[in-house]
Design a protein around this ligand. Structure first.
Ligand code: ADP
Ligand code: MG
Length: 670
């Protein structure tokens, strides 16, 4: 007797389910993707008990015939792929034909579907439990598909144990629905949990309006748009052999890489990456490479320990990206990795440099990283299979955290009827038009949806215009009035009242100058009258030896003076005495943790910025320093010339604006 057996389909499906379905949110993901692939314009998601008891996804997509509906539950049955060649250019979200059989093997599933092409039978209802078909019936149904998944993992208790608190699972589902709603503003999304509406997003024209619908005014007003494109090179694509080359039919051009989306002003900082959403060809993915590119774009603009909010939509020809990397389809592989990485980094960085966003005083007060939760509850990874380190630690110990966090992500308030979300903000007096809207809501839900969509568009446009106006291009035209406690410069202009931190402003000016000078090997150095002796521990000496060459390029002249002592003979202009000493020990300290390997280009560039930031910090004008008017004006002019007048190299804000609008509002003049 041999030992090897072929597994039954049921077991194979359960094994596949282990990869594809690990929690309610991953079921929602698969069902949502199927609805999107079916061309649905309206998708409704209902969950009970965080999806543990019930998940129901209804769509008005093209539906299935009876035969297809039965086939859909077969393993590797898909309508989206025919041959292995198709794998190279996948235009749908699904393609593996695994989701439905996997889900059906670990839950009680009801499928109701009807399509246009089969008018003889009105529709089909199929009931399956634990992979076994229980009933197949004809049913009179409207076009579209509804799949209900009840009692997830009822037959796999080991998996059921891994489920978290209902509120956590609901938060994951919410995060997921939110993502798909963002990438498809033209579709109508609803998420309902135990008869509470959590997401209500009727179709809108633009992503900005969708952001406003889902996250509200405050989030939208802290985001800026970005759009860019670059032609893709042919590099690496197989050329047809010469005898197959057809002069009339040249091989297709590799096409274009397009980026669009939103990124946060530097004042908005998050403690983790949960507010970075990346979509490639409308597919939500996690990608280290792109996360790195985003961090690089914000380097020396926000602190290295904080993260921005970014919604990134990348579009590229399907041949450029391999989506068949992971069963949950959340990882991809780019054909031209470096190109994609650098393009994302540079597009974001250029957008930041161009926008020069000004931080509004009140927003800045609220947006220190500690004070602002991520758009999604912390520890929410909307993607199945993504690392969840924080999850295990926080979840059982502190269930209330999840609840309060779930309340703080700015979704439509649960207590309001869905349509109220798109009405003007509660704290503004109701204008006649919104009263009319309200009346319309009560009288006729259909027209109400339309008119509130118009209100969304209007509000979105207004917020965008206000944002565009609040930029630091105004800096150059400001008039300095004086100092606040010899530490902050007060200045006015058309835009409003500005408060500028003199130390960090000067720090930013110096930082960019030092990097520029360094680039052309022209660091500004000054000889010290007396060499300064610095004592170092042996371990510090090792670090010093590693970075000595870079220090020399920044204007230092240092010689050994005994086994543990250095003699500094020259230093960057503006650095002397104790500041010089502090700067040196700071850089040595910060560079200490690195390995003894020779410096790679990546480390070298971060060492460069670290040295520049440290020199800038220690030679910049201090707080509690009186400045005469000419010096203040000089500083404002110089700041205006920098690339990132928004924040200092360590990520602190430089200039805060009390906008003329806010001032008028506060004095109740408008
Ligand atoms: P895949 O999406 O990878 O093809 P699934 O197991 O998710 O595999 O679905 C199997 C097939 O069932 C799909 O290829 C599609 O033809 C059909 N299907 C699933 N969900 C829907 C839906 N909501 N509307 C129409 N067809 C659907
Ligand atoms: Mg699918």
């Amino acid at each position: 007797m041999g030992r090897i057996r072929v597994l039954s389909d049921q077991v194979a499906n359960q094994i596949a389910a282990g990869e594809v379905v690990d929690r309610p949110a991953s079921v929602v993901k698969e069902l949502l993707e199927n609805s999107v692939d079916a061309g649905a314009a309206r998708i409704r998601i209902e969950v009970e008990a965080g999806g543990r008891k019930l998940i129901r996804v209804s769509d008005n997509g093209h539906g299935m015939s009876r035969d297809d509906a039965l086939l859909a539950f077969e393993r590797h049955a898909t309508s989206k792929l025919r041959s292995a060649d198709d794998l190279l250019a996948i235009a749908t979200l699904g393609f593996r034909g695994e989701a439905l059989p996997s889900i059906a093997s670990v839950a009680r599933v009801t499928l109701e579907t009807a399509s246009d092409d089969n008018t003889a039978t009105p529709g089909t209802r199929i009931e399956i439990a634990g992979g076994k078909i229980l009933h197949v019936d004809d049913a009179a149904l409207p076009r579209g598909t509804t799949i209900s998944v009840a009692d997830l993992f009822f037959n796999t208790p080991a998996r059921r144990k891994f489920l978290r608190a209902e509120s956590t699972e609901l938060a994951h589902v919410t995060a997921l629905v939110t993502h798909y709603a963002l990438v498809h503003p033209e579709k109508h999304f609803e998420l309902i949990s135990a008869s509470h509406t959590i997401v209500a997003a009727p179709p809108v024209a633009r992503t900005a309006e969708r952001i406003y619908q889902i996250f509200g005014k405050d989030t939208l007003s802290q985001l800026l748009p970005v759009a860019a494109e670059t032609p893709l090179a042919r590099a690496g694509l197989p050329e047809p052999p010469p005898w197959k080359k057809d002069p009339d039919n040249p091989p297709p051009q590799p096409g274009t890489l397009r980026l669009s989306g939103f990124y946060s002003k530097p004042e908005l900082q998050k403690l983790n990456r949960n507010s970075i959403y990346i979509f490639v060809n409308k597919r939500l993915i996690r990608d280290r490479l792109l996360l790195h590119a985003i961090s690089e774009a914000y380097r020396n603009v926000i602190p290295p320990t904080s993260f921005p909010v970014v919604l990134l939509f990348l579009e590229m020809p399907p041949e450029e990206v391999d989506v068949n990397v992971h069963p949950a389809k959340t990882e991809v592989r780019f054909r031209q990795q470096t190109l994609v990485h650098d393009f994302v980094r540079d597009s974001l960085r250029n957008a930041l440099i161009k926008a020069r966003p000004a931080a509004a005083f009140l927003a800045a007060l609220e947006s220190s990283p500690a004070a602002s939760p991520s758009l999604m509850p912390p520890a929410t990874s909307p993607l199945p299979g993504a690392p969840q380190s924080a999850q295990a630690a926080t979840d059982p110990a502190a269930p209330p955290a999840t609840i309060s966090d779930a309340g703080s992500f700015r979704l439509t308030p649960q207590t309001l009827p869905p349509v109220a979300a798109s009405l003007p903000f509660a704290n503004e007096p109701l204008a006649t038009s919104s009263l009319n809207q309200l009346a319309a809501v009560l009288l006729d839900p259909e027209t109400a949806a339309a008119s509130s969509a118009a209100a969304t568009a209007e509000d979105t446009a207004r917020i965008e215009a206000e944002q565009a106006a609040a930029n630091l291009n105004h800096l150059a035209g400001l008039k300095a009035l004086g100092q606040l406690r010899e530490s902050f410069i007060l200045a006015t202009g058309e835009s409003g009242l500005w408060i500028i931190d003199q130390h960090v402003a000067h720090e930013r000016v110096l930082f960019e100058k030092i990097l520029r000078d360094r680039q052309v090997e022209r660091a500004q150095r000054q000889r010290l009258l007396m060499p300064m002796l610095v004592e170092l521990k042996p371990s510090q000496m090792v670090v010093f030896a590693r970075i000595a060459a870079e220090l020399v390029r920044n204007g230092f002249e240092v010689e050994p003076f005994g086994p543990q002592t250095l003699a500094v003979k020259a230093a960057p202009v503006g650095l002397e005495g104790s500041a010089l000493e502090r700067m040196l020990s700071e850089v040595i300290e910060q560079s200490g943790a690195e390995s003894d390997e020779p410096l790679q280009s990546q480390d070298l560039s971060s060492l460069r910025t670290r040295i520049a930031a440290s020199i800038a910090c220690h030679s910049a004008i201090k707080v509690n320093t009186p400045l005469d008017p000419a010096r203040m004006d000089w500083l404002l002019q110089e700041l205006a010339k920098t690339e990132h007048p928004t924040s200092c190299p360590h990520g602190r804000p430089i200039a805060l604006l009390y906008s003329w609008k806010d001032i008028q509002r506060a004095f109740q003049r408008i």
